[in-house]
Write a protein that binds this ligand. Structure first.
Ligand code: PLP
Length: 222
């Protein structure tokens, strides 16, 4: 049952907050509902969940339509194609997967100015060559500066999707490196670390995650 899974994950998050000296309720659970039906989202919503993450624009829009009456905060976390930026800019409150100035500028230009600024995170590739999405760590400082001038988006922080690792210490390492790099930017507007999925949730919280993105542990395998 989704409700039981949800409560288990929330308990795991609060245990990790305690164990790693984080503040209570400092870590937000983002329920990743890609490929799952609107009914599954409704179930989680009824159990109290409010933030949902989607990877595919069309799929997300059709679920948003079905769930129009629900007070949900939608996060886009998937790869962003240029021809989808207008829809993404206007149908989500958060975008975690921004990986270029060009995409950031399109999101800002296309976000309706009557809406509050779109919250964005830069996706940073901290595990090297294997995954192609995300900027290099060396690009973070300059890109975060150039994005700061865009009016309809607000840079909130970073997202990381490290290579899968079974060893806990190895899971922690890329999060620690990225957390340190963001701290060194000395920009108090950067308060968001979108770190951690079902398999590396504890390591992410140990290294400063403020949003964990959980799919399979909540909704079952895809
Ligand atoms: C699918 C996905 C998740 C959720 O992954 P699980 O392993 O199912 O928890 C988190 N973040 C991103 C970017 C994803 O694409």
């Amino acid at each position: 049952m989704i409700k039981n899974q949800l409560n288990e994950i929330l308990a795991q998050i609060s245990q990790a907050e305690k164990r790693y000296a984080r503040l209570p309720r400092e870590v937000l659970l983002l329920a990743v509902s890609k490929t799952k039906p609107a009914q599954a989202i409704a179930e989680a919503y009824q159990a109290g969940q409010r933030h949902f993450g989607e990877n595919y624009c069309q799929e997300a829009l059709s679920k948003q339509k079905e769930l129009g009456a629900y007070d949900i905060t939608w996060h886009f976390i998937g790869p962003i194609q240029s021809n989808k930026t207008k829809l993404i800019a206007n149908h989500f409150s958060w975008v975690h997967s921004v990986d270029s100035f060009k995409i950031a500028k399109r999101l800002s230009d296309q976000r309706a100015s009557i809406l509050p600024p779109l919250n964005i995170c830069l996706q940073v590739n901290i595990s090297g060559e294997h995954t192609k999405s995300g900027i290099k760590l060396a690009e973070l400082a300059e890109l975060s500066q150039s994005i700061a001038s865009l009016p309809n988006i607000i840079l909130r922080g970073v997202m990381a999707v490290p290579e899968p690792e079974l060893d806990f210490e190895k899971q922690r390492q890329p999060f620690r490196i990225l957390h340190q790099a963001v701290a060194e930017l000395n920009n108090s507007a950067l308060d968001t670390y979108s770190f951690g999925m079902s398999a590396d949730l504890d390591a992410a919280i140990a290294e400063g995650a403020t949003i964990v993105r959980i799919g399979s542990a909540l909704f079952g395998s895809r």
